[in-house]
Design a protein around this ligand. Structure first.
Ligand code: ADP
Length: 237
């Protein structure tokens, strides 16, 4: 989208390479993510999408190349050069994550699941619960905060996972097939509430999907094929 092409770059990857044994998962990827955009990463299974996402988010260090993170008003960081402890801290303070299977802790209530990132950031439990309940309400889950994940539908549980990923107001939300396990109605529902929230707050989203209908919610799509940027990749301004 033109509007986002003009926005500053929040994440910039250059020459990303990574191998697992003899499998070259990434073969020199360049990618700019603009602040505030919703970017869909598409591509066939095994093409390197998750490896790319993990490198962008500092979950793993690439074998080669660099990832720079430039949050507004702060000194840019070379994420790919940070030690594990600093990358872990950065993921907690600046990034949110949502996966295909929500990965909620089954023995904790919805509101306790959502509170976890706040507690890890040193926020006291009453305040964490207050913020969690408020966010669950915004996601249409009023009154369900005390339910265990097993007592919720797939779509409701995924909305709890979305709440957990956004409760710390991250700069960037990384989503790996966030609705891949849901039927189309539930999927649409989760995407709509998730994207309403991020567009309200200006959160940048990097979302992996293999589904064109899901990608249609994004501002921009890039295509990964065989560890490289494939056709469909639009170079930003
Ligand atoms: P995608 O997300 O597009 O399905 P991945 O990034 O998961 O692709 O994987 C890219 C390639 O790297 C695939 O060939 C996959 O089998 C391989 N791969 C990914 N993770 C590992 C791992 N932990 N160990 C070995 N091979 C891996």
């Amino acid at each position: 989208m033109t509007i986002n092409d003009a926005a500053p770059t929040i994440i910039s990857a250059r020459g990303l390479q990574h191998s697992f044994g003899s499998t070259q998962a990434l073969r020199g990827i360049d990618l700019d993510v603009h602040a505030g955009e919703v970017l869909a990463i598409m591509g066939p299974s095994g093409s390197g999408k998750s490896t790319l996402l993990h490198c962008l988010a500092g979950v793993m260090k690439p074998d080669g190349g660099s990832v720079a993170y430039s949050p507004a008003g702060r000194t840019p960081l070379e994420v790919s050069a940070l030690p594990e402890s600093k990358r872990t801290r950065l993921r907690l303070t600046d990034f949110g994550f949502v996966f295909q299977f929500g990965q909620l802790l089954p023995e904790l209530s919805a509101e306790d699941n959502v509170s976890i990132p706040l507690l890890l950031n040193g926020i006291k439990r009453p305040e964490a619960l207050r913020r969690s309940t408020e966010l669950l309400e915004r996601l249409g889950l009023d009154g369900l905060g005390s339910k265990l994940p097993g007592e919720l539908s797939g779509g409701q549980a995924q909305r709890v996972a979305v709440a957990r990923s956004l409760v710390t107001s991250p700069s960037v939300l990384f989503a790996d097939e966030p609705t891949g396990a849901l039927d189309s109605l539930a999927s649409e529902n989760v995407l709509t509430v998730m994207l309403d929230l991020v567009r309200d707050s200006g959160t940048t989203v990097v979302m992996i999907t293999h589904d064109a209908r899901t990608a249609a919610y994004a501002d921009r799509e890039v295509m990964v094929r065989d560890g490289a940027m494939g056709a469909g990749y639009r170079v930003s301004a």
